[in-house]
Ligand binder design. Structure first.
Ligand code: NAD
Ligand code: ZN
Ligand code: ZN
Length: 372
């Protein structure tokens, strides 16, 4: 079938409208009609050339929610009409990583950028003018319809508004999990969140809900700092130097228990600033992504060792989407997790290029594409 989508023909490049062709569902695949897709910075990394796609054209989008249209012959537990949220790491529940509770590291996440079917190398779900299309996270939610492996979907109750809970597809799990799982924030902690976009605002919410006494948000944009203070931050600063000074002032000079890096284009220098702001036994969580060719983080090895600090990468907030999406829905229903307040602007599918201009201008906590 044909579907209106937003694609990149080059990287660096700009998202533009195109009509792509979707294959019919294979055994374990599901055709989804998108209702909403969040505009994560990761999709823009491909447009800017920070992340290099394995092939072009490329169809972005991974923070989606929609309705099942059609299922393959071997799909279990999903039927037409079901509501689903995307998990941007397809997770099987059975591999070594899933089995030990690290669903975000599922072996099926490998090659999730290629657009190739997981078990059928060389076979693609999406094409443009006969050419295979690479897909972000095997998802491509910047399309009115998309065909995905069932392992990329979590079924959700119909009572929830898909235009809001699409954020569970990436931003919430990634940000909340960075605080709760990767930084393991405890009651009374002092936590710095560096960068208040869609990911950082959920790290703020996660840290506050985990009982942090001081949740210090850092962002150069005033509107972001105001939003952070509304949603759980206890202090907000425009730069890390002030945030680190404040963290030391409330910890007898020691420094924060954890710092979480959620800067849009993350560099080694950002990570080093965050690392310098934590105290003995502290953890710096790196969630943000920068140019994939960049190497080096200018931190002192002596500081790392003698202060027993931890530098922790975090993918999808170290979460287990099959379980955590349902827990996040319960938190949302209870009012402890805010979603509606995170969506600043909505766009149409052919406005994605403009949406990313707005992201870079600091206008949005999260922009969301709504499909008719
Ligand atoms: N690890 C993962 O699993 C994962 C998942 C999703 C997104 N990401 C990455 O996380 C990052 C954040 O994504 P997002 O969608 O929230 O991006 P975003 O652009 O919406 O937000 C980033 C924020 O960082 C702020 N910022 C810029 N420079 C800063 C600085 N020096 N100090 C403090 N703040 C600064 C910006 O003003 C902006 O508010 C991106 O790099 C994205 O690719 C990682
Ligand atoms: Zn994302
Ligand atoms: Zn697995």
């Amino acid at each position: 079938m044909k579907s209106k989508a937003s694609i990149l023909r080059s990287s660096p490049g700009e998202y533009e409208s195109a009509v792509v062709e979707l294959d019919t569902p294979h055994q374990h695949e599901v055709l989804v009609r998108l209702v909403a897709s969040g505009l994560c910075h990761s999709d823009d990394h491909v447009a800017k050339g920070d992340l290099i796609p394995p092939l072009l054209p490329f169809c972005g989008g991974h923070e989606g929610a929609g309705v099942v249209e059609e299922v393959g012959s071997a799909v279990v537990g999903l039927a037409p009409g079901d509501h689903v949220v995307f998990s941007f790491i397809p997770s099987c529940g059975r591999c070594r990583y899933c089995a030990r509770g690290q669903q975000n590291l599922c072996n099926n996440g490998l090659h999730a950028f290629t657009g190739e079917r997981l078990e059928e190398p060389g076979s693609f779900r999406m094409t443009l003018d006969g050419a295979p299309v690479a897909q972000l996270a095997s998802a491509s939610t910047f399309s009115e319809y998309t065909l995905v492996d069932q392992r990329s979907l979590v079924k959700v109750p119909e009572e929830y508004d898909l235009t809001k809970i699409c954020l569970l597809g990436c931003a919430v799990g990634t940000g909340w999990g960075a605080a709760v799982n990767s930084a393991a924030v405890r009651p009374g902690d002092t936590v710095i969140v560096m960068g208040v976009g869609g990911i950082g605002i959920n790290a703020v919410q996660g840290a506050a809900n985990a009982g942090a006494l001081h949740v210090i948000a850092v962002d150069p944009v005033e509107f972001k700092r105001e939003k952070a203070l509304e949603l759980g931050a206890t202090k907000a600063f425009g730069n890390m130097a002030e945030a680190a000074d404040f963290a030391r002032s409330v910890t007898d000079g020691q420094g924060a228990d954890s710092s979480i890096v959620t800067v849009g284009v993350t560099t080694g220098e950002h990570i080093a600033e965050a690392f310098a702001a934590i105290g003995k036994g502290g953890t710096t969580v790196v969630t943000g992504i920068g140019p994939m060719t960049a190497v080096g983080i200018p931190v002192s090895a002596v500081d790392l060792t003698l202060n027993q600090k931890r530098l922790q990468g975090s993918l999808y907030g170290a979460c287990a989407p099959s379980a955590d999406v349902h827990q996040q829905l319960a938190l949302y229903r209870s009012g402890k997790l805010k979603l509606d307040e995170l969506i600043t602007t909505t766009y149409k599918i052919d406005e994605i290029s403009k949406a990313y201009e707005d992201l870079h201008a600091g206008k949005n906590i999260r922009g969301v594409v709504l499909f008719d």
